[in-house]
Design a protein around this ligand. Structure first.
Ligand SMILES: [Zn+2]
Length: 128
């Protein structure tokens, strides 16, 4: 079953959304990271669900602002949708989201992200 990350508007709506999903799919498995020691960045408006319901249908349930398939979720633990960080030459660097963008960008030299003429660390040997 596809694993989906669900965002709700307010923490108070979470239980109602979970109840509605369980009503439509009795075999749905809810993983609430709020109670998990694994995820220190757990957000009270976010939970994970393993369900047969498509994520479009999950998005239609009142109170859901966003439903994201697990493979589109950033690995930082925020539960936000990931995006590709590419350098000034268009080379893929890593994935980031709104929550970790600063942190991820800080790992690269500013010129690598902004100047397409940046120097590589590996110089090509030209003299024979
Ligand atoms: Zn992130």
């Amino acid at each position: 079953m596809p694993l989906i990350c669900v965002h709700v508007k307010e923490p108070a709506l979470k239980q109602a959304v979970i109840d509605e999903i369980r009503r439509r799919d009795t075999s749905a498995e809810i993983e609430d990271h709020e109670n998990s020691e694994l995820n220190d960045k757990a957000v009270p408006t976010t939970f994970w669900i393993d369900t047969e319901i498509s994520f479009w249908d999950v998005e239609q349930i009142a109170g859901v602002t966003d439903a994201i398939l697990a493979h589109d979720v950033c690995s930082c633990g925020s539960g936000e949708r990931k995006d590709e960080l590419v350098d000034a030459r268009g080379i893929f660097c890593c994935y980031y989201c709104d929550a970790c963008e600063k942190e991820k960008r800080a790992k690269y030299r500013t010129e690598v992200l902004e100047d397409s003429d940046y120097q590589c660390d590996e110089q090509i040997e030209t003299d024979y």
